[in-house]
Design a binder for this molecule. Structure first.
Ligand code: SAH
Ligand code: MG
Length: 211
């Protein structure tokens, strides 16, 4: 690793990306950036910026930018009383989650601010107004059926030919985890004929746009 400091920040950042999957995400993004230089990348679901750093460091190496889309209010599964809730990311003033300050600090501390553009808003709203082809798309947003379906519909058409689609939390066996990223994103992408599977690391799937 030529510059371990950004990776140390990623590993220390709150979030849900296992280290070996973050490294695989980073490698896939570097490949995508070499295949399609000049096109931007986009992440749906940044939370506190953990996965964002692996992608942002790759974006810096490939001289491109990562748009990081999140409303920063947390997914259903991050709310009070749910399995993935962290009380330290609640804004007491508004009584709701706010991961934006954590995201901003993480991106700063990793030294990737120039290559990461935070987009604060609801994913389907941003997607509706998006028109730039993407070399790399990473979907790790809401894991309910409807949010996952909307991310598939709203974002995958923007992956450029030859570009990469990365999907997190893909669990073919329901015993391993929630199904929507598998049923609403991964399977439809393959069945559409537009994407081919390139690799799998843990629950991360890397697909390439072929049609
Ligand atoms: N990639 C992160 C984890 C993302 S958790 C990591 O590496 O740790 C999922 C994130 O998706 C949450 O931060 C939540 O706020 C965001 N999210 C869920 N539904 C969303 C929507 N409809 N629009 C924008 N962001 C959404
Ligand atoms: Mg995830």
């Amino acid at each position: 690793m030529s510059d371990p400091s950004w990776r140390d920040v990623a590993v220390a950042t709150k979030g849900f990306m296992p280290v070996h999957e973050g490294d695989a995400l980073h490698a896939a993004a570097l490949t995508a950036g070499a295949r399609l230089p000049g096109l931007p990348w986009l992440e749906v679901g940044s939370y506190c910026g953990r996965s964002t750093i692996w992608l942002g460091a790759a974006a810096r190496d490939r001289d491109t930018v990562l748009f990081a889309v999140d409303h920063h209010r947390g997914s259903e599964e991050n709310q009070v009383g749910w399995e993935h809730h962290d009380p330290t990311v609640v804004d007491a003033r508004v009584g709701r989650m706010d991961t934006l300050p954590f995201f901003r600090a993480a991106v700063h501390d990793a030294g990737v601010e120039d290559n990461v553009v935070g987009v604060v808003g609801r994913s389907p709203v941003v997607a509706r107004h998006w028109s730039t082809p993407l070399a790399f798309l990473f979907i790790d947003g809401g894991h309910g059926t409807e949010p996952a379906r909307l991310d598939y519909e709203g974002w995958t058409p923007h992956v450029a030919m030859g570009g990469t689609l990365a999907v997190h939390d893909v669990f073919p066996d329901p015993a391993d985890g929630g199904r929507p990223p598998y049923e609403q994103i991964f399977v439809p992408a393959l069945e559409s004929g537009r994407f081919r599977l390139e690799s799998a690391t843990g629950s991360l799937r890397i697909l390439r746009r072929v049609d």
